[in-house]
Design a protein around this ligand. Structure first.
Ligand code: ADP
Length: 450
């Protein structure tokens, strides 16, 4: 019943499928994807933002001046300089090519937008303003199918097998046919994060006990456990990101694009309290300090029309709407006079292009176009930034800092790229860029050692 191949990719989310495709594009003949859930996509399919890249032809088209250096600088600053700079540099250097790669295999990343922590418009998104995750996962699924890469669904990797020298020799999996071993020359670990494993989350960051999560239920950190058993090193495990704007009732996450496209945040007193485009950790913390630890994401008709994702929130019944600001205030139980004053002030700031209260730089709309909309929000566990230690070749390093022969990793399972705070748009970048590097490196390893 045992099987044999050259490369096993564990996890068919964004990073895993990217790695498998890249390995085959490089010439690999025998690549197998193993996925424990009944479908591919993992957390990647939930991704709403886009892919940070610089400098790209799309930025050039829009007259946006950006550079690898500025991308590195923003990412390091956003991550409180805890990031591994060599990984960040690799991310930035390969980012423009990553946008082209996605588009070349049938994807659509051609609109450039603004996200928190970026000095300029850098996030590349689908042209129809829809969420990036479904577009990316559909594109990857199609390419995996076109290339004939086998995907073993409902198949959970249990253990990575190594020989006496610590080199990878196989993966023990449990699937529909029971438990068996897939013999292999290389493994790409792409099992994602552990945001849905409340026990693991609180083990590494006790302050997050009781927090909701935006993650799919397969994000349980299996790869962390498997890698630990064969001596992998880890970094920044306690660095767990909360997303600031998640609906507390049904855990729907309002994409950062709502703020990027112009929405503001107000507290239950009807007042703004933060630059809405600050990094996720700063905005999360600010919301937790407000009454009941919650806030309202507030926008108008122009913002609604600028972003497709908003339609799904409205359909989902988590957005309150009204013809006037006072009407909205009454519905959400906020003092109408306060809210009116906040909105008038903001419209003035937007007109003058300067926000003396909180220093918000990008204000797309004056928020004066009826109807008006509000969605209740609070922070929830979103992304586990720590993980297995890798080098710029996506080789997994052991606790002594040496590569584990035949073991590669990419995506949320890895640590070091995001440091202490991930910028929106850097997860999809991480998936595609380090997924590709891991796929190429695994194939090169098989060629050298096969
Ligand atoms: P990334 O963004 O890094 O690609 P995702 O969450 O999108 O991460 O994808 C990770 C995938 O790995 C998910 O589809 C998840 O179900 C899968 N996965 C997690 N643990 C295992 C495991 N033990 N065996 C097989 N697949 C796994």
């Amino acid at each position: 019943q045992d099987k044999s191949t050259d490369i096993v990719v564990i996890g068919a989310g964004g990073a895993g499928m990217t790695a498998a495709i890249q390995a085959v594009q490089d010439g690999a003949k025998n690549v197998v994807l193993v996925e424990k859930m009944p479908i591919t996509g993992g957390n990647s399919v939930r991704s709403t933002g886009g892919l940070n890249a610089a400098p790209t032809k799309y930025q050039e088209r829009d007259g946006i001046k950006d550079s690898i250096e500025l991308f590195v600088e923003d990412t390091m600053k956003g991550g409180h300089n805890l990031n591994d700079e060599s990984l960040v540099r690799t991310l930035a250097e390969n980012s423009a090519a990553a946008v082209d790669w996605v588009n070349d295999i049938g994807g659509d990343l051609s609109v450039v937008g603004m996200f928190g922590g970026a000095s300029v418009k850098r996030i590349h998104r689908p042209s129809d303003t829809s969420a990036v995750g479904p577009m990316l996962v559909t594109t990857l699924n199609n390419k995996v199918e076109e290339l004939g890469i086998p995907v073993l669904l409902n198949t959970k990797a249990e253990e990575i097998l190594v020989d006496a020298n610590g080199a990878v020799t196989g993966v023990k999996v449990t699937g529909e046919e029971g438990t068996y071993t897939i013999k292999t020359k290389a493994v790409v670990l792409a099992t994602g994060g552990f945001g849905a494993n409340a026990e693991m989350v609180t083990k590494y960051k006790p302050a997050l006990a009781g927090f909701a999560t935006t993650n799919h239920k397969g994000a349980t950190g299996d790869g962390i456990v498997m890698a630990e058993k064969i001596g992998a090193g880890f970094v920044d495990m306690e660095q767990i990101q909360t997303h600031p704007t998640v609906n507390p009732t049904d855990q729907t996450m309002y994409t950062e694009g709502v703020r990027g496209n112009g929405a503001i945040l107000v507290n239950k007193e009807g007042k703004r309290f933060i630059n809405e485009l600050e990094t996720r950790d700063v905005v999360s913390e600010a919301i937790l300090k407000q009454t009941e630890g919650q806030a309202y994401l507030l926008f108008d008709q122009e913002v609604r029309e600028s972003l497709k994702a908003i339609e799904s929130y409205i359909k989902g019944g988590i957005i309150v709407e009204a013809d006037t600001i006072e009407g909205l205030a009454e519905q959400i139980g906020v003092d109408p006079a306060n809210l009116k004053e906040t909105m008038e002030k903001y419209a003035g700031y937007q007109a003058s292009g300067s926000d003396p209260d909180f220093g918000r730089a990008s204000m797309e709309f004056p928020l004066t176009q009826s109807k008006y909309y509000a969605g209740l929000c609070a922070p929830a566990v979103h992304h586990t930034m720590g993980g297995v230690k890798i080098n710029t070749e996506a080789q997994v390093l052991n606790t002594d800092g040496n590569p584990i022969p035949g073991l590669f990793a990419g995506g949320e399972i890895t640590g070091g790229v995001h440091g202490g705070n991930r910028l929106g748009g850097n997860a999809v970048a991480d998936i595609v860029i380090f997924g590709r590097i891991a796929g190429s490196a695994a194939h090169a390893y098989v060629m050298e050692n096969g």
